[in-house]
Design a binder for this molecule. Structure first.
Ligand code: IPD
Ligand code: CA
Ligand code: CA
Length: 258
């Protein structure tokens, strides 16, 4: 199954590369939440291909929803994770495809065709980028850590999400080596898995942003949790990913979610 998903991601990657060269027509899901014809094209391609190959799975895509009634087995697709990067020609994007069984992410593929990086993992079998096995860092202090985060689309309201994001950034940044905001959650998770980042957190993500990446992190020896270190659920408001060693140190510095 993983091989078929990787193959589909490679093929979808050709579409993404074609679109990256163009000035794309933008549609607005909100004033700042953008979508292009390539998000739709890639999603339709993957939904058809994976829907046909794995008819026992419900296939869910960010832009078009589900192909059938909810089932215990799901394939969850983000056709372009990092659409704002795609539009502004920053080559940090992921085609993210996660396999979820009985609520648990069990396999995942995140492909960045612009850098030709294929991240993949299956429960119990390790994580890889192309053919290279991945493992998280051994860093155990925040001062030696590079931490990534993201900013929720709801920031535009300047409400609770915005205040939490700014407060947590303020609480964590001074204690780290530095922080990054690359603009594609699926890639952020892969970068924790591959030892680029020591940790990452973000609020308001959706299952398609993270379904693939969470397996890639855990199979690389990393830790994923929800708020206060609780067991992570794909519907959780907050995700924290790390090498495990700095996990509690990130949580200690976080603003209160309430
Ligand atoms: C977004 C990216 C971004 C994150 C947003 C996501 P999209 O996904 O992953 O890094 O901060 O919250 O929604 O909209 O580009 O698929
Ligand atoms: Ca996304
Ligand atoms: Ca997307």
């Amino acid at each position: 199954m993983l091989e078929a998903i990787k193959q589909a991601a490679y093929e979808a990657g050709e579409l993404l590369k074609e679109g990256f060269e163009k000035n794309n027509t933008i549609e607005f899901k909100s004033e700042i939440d953008l979508v292009t014809e390539y998000d739709f094209q890639i999603e339709q391609f993957l939904m058809k291909k994976l829907g046909e190959a794995f008819s026992e799975y419900e296939v869910i895509g960010e832009e078009t929803g589900s192909n059938q009634q909810s089932r215990d087995k799901k394939i969850i697709i983000d056709p372009i994770d990092g659409t704002t990067n795609f539009i502004h020609r920053i080559p940090i994007v992921g085609i993210s495809i996660g396999v979820v069984e009985n609520g648990e992410a069990v396999a995942g593929v995140v492909y960045n065709p612009l850098l030709d990086e294929m991240y993949w993992a299956q429960k119990g079998q390790g994580s890889y980028c192309n053919d290279r096995p991945l493992s998280v860092t051994a860093t155990d202090t925040l001062t030696q850590s590079l931490i990534a985060t993201g900013f929720p689309y709801t920031k535009i309201d300047r409400g609770d999400d915005y205040r939490w994001t700014v407060k947590t950034f303020e609480n964590i940044l001074p204690f780290t080596r530095d922080m990054r905001r690359l603009g594609a959650a699926s890639i952020d998770l892969c970068y924790v898995a591959s030892g680029v980042y020591d940790g990452y957190y973000e609020i308001n993500l959706k299952p398609w942003d993270v379904a693939a990446g969470v397996v890639i992190v855990t199979e690389a020896g990393g830790k994923i949790s929800g708020a206060e270190g609780k067991k992570y659920d794909l519907e959780d408001k907050l995700i924290i990913a790390s090498n495990g060693k700095i996990h509690d140190k990130i949580i200690e510095k976080m603003a209160d979610m309430n």
